[in-house]
Design a protein around this ligand. Structure first.
Ligand SMILES: [Cu+2]
Length: 360
């Protein structure tokens, strides 16, 4: 290893530790001026605040472009996919989906990607917000121990999917290598009380063998587009029980909803609510659609939905291709606060919905 490579590795490790120490904590990225070191005109440099689903980094408050430095590391992690079933996920920063990255139009994204996959599988990153060949994939491919650094100017605002595109690309996406990157428009987004990160995807597995609780990947089932699991945020139950999203009556909520696929279009619907605004296909420039019941989110696409919560109770996130709830595509938003009988009133009490997957 060259001395330069050693320095890059050390720097990468130190920054990776910083990233991991900050998991889910929010807060602001440190700003520094690296102009002297780069020998270029002065431009602010920030370390990206990376958050993990369902958390979203805080809004960007600056009004001018910066260089935003983000560190991703590819590795394999064996964790729960469904109750009693584990899976060897291919991950960015150990999680599925990978971290949420927040930037602003005109920013330069300085992407560092390290391959920490001990199996020797190559990985890279294709960001749908990048203008240039492969969305960056061809210049970021590396194998075990490799570190790549690239800079991309972000010309278009929107909510974008990123994913690994190392060959065979479908295997890398099917095993969990995707996430969302937000490129805020000039002036940012309307203020809301809560922002959440939800990403749908499918997993294709072989029947579980008798002597193990680790399911194995089936390329053949992927080819047949016959998923074993369709999930939100990387596993069955990521948004149920103690993991429900939370809000209070009168608050405004925004969900950044991505679809990693690799195959299925999502018919994203929130049972009991109507989306006040839908930024279809991640388009944050056009006026949003209004009063939408269900929105299509293509594989490799995303949308932002906004809604106020007026009535207390439990609301259900589903893919309204409704058989998929039996494969895991169900989550909940719990809304607390005073009853609103002028909007929702019944003379009889709600009846328990025995065995029902959507009305807890
Ligand atoms: Cu990969």
């Amino acid at each position: 290893m060259t001395r330069t490579a050693q320095i890059m590795n050390l720097r990468s490790s130190a920054l990776a530790l910083t990233v991991f120490a900050g998991l889910g904590l929010g807060g602001c990225g440190s700003t520094q001026d690296r102009a002297a070191a780069d020998g270029k005109a002065s431009r602010p440099v920030e370390t990206a605040v990376l958050t993990y689903a369902p958390a979203v980094p805080p809004p960007i408050t600056r009004h001018t472009p910066a260089t935003v430095v983000a560190h991703l590391e590819a590795s394999v992690q064996t964790t729960e996919l469904a109750p009693g079933v584990k899976y060897a996920f291919w991950t960015f920063n150990t999680r599925v989906p990978g971290p949420f990255i927040r930037t602003r139009v005109g920013d330069t994204l300085e992407m560092h990607i390290t391959n920490a996959d001990i199996t020797g599988t190559p990985h890279n990153i294709d960001l749908h917000c990048v203008t240039g060949p492969g969305g960056g994939a061809t210049v970021t491919t590396g194998v075990k121990g490799d570190h790549r650094m690239v800079r991309f100017k972000l010309l278009h605002p929107g909510i974008f999917v990123y994913h690994c595109a190392a060959p065979p690309v479908m295997d890398h996406i099917a095993n969990g290598m995707y996430g969302l990157i937000l490129v805020e428009p000039e002036g940012g987004l309307p203020k809301v009380d809560h922002e959440f990160y939800v990403m749908q995807s499918e997993f294709y597995t072989n029947p579980l063998a008798e002597d193990t609780d680790v399911a194995t990947y089936s390329h053949e089932q992927g080819l047949a587009e016959n998923p074993t699991y369709v999930v939100f945020n990387g596993r069955v139950g990521s948004l149920t029980g103690d993991n429900m999203l939370q809000a209070r009556v009168g608050e405004k909520v925004r969900i950044f909803f991505g679809n990693g696929g690799p195959n299925k279009i999502s018919s994203f619907h929130l049972i009991g609510e109507i989306f006040d605004k839908v930024y279809r296909e991640g388009d944050l420039v056009s006026p949003p659609a209004r009063s939408v019941q269900t929105t299509l989110v293509p594989a490799g696409g995303a949308a932002a939905v906004e809604f106020g919560v007026e009535v207390p109770g439990t609301y259900t996130l589903v893919d309204h291709a409704i058989f998929r709830i039996e494969k895991g595509a169900v989550g909940f938003l719990k809304v607390t606060g005073a009853e609103q009988p002028d909007i929702f009133h019944s003379v009889q009490k709600p009846t328990p919905c025995e065995g029902c997957l959507v009305h807890p």
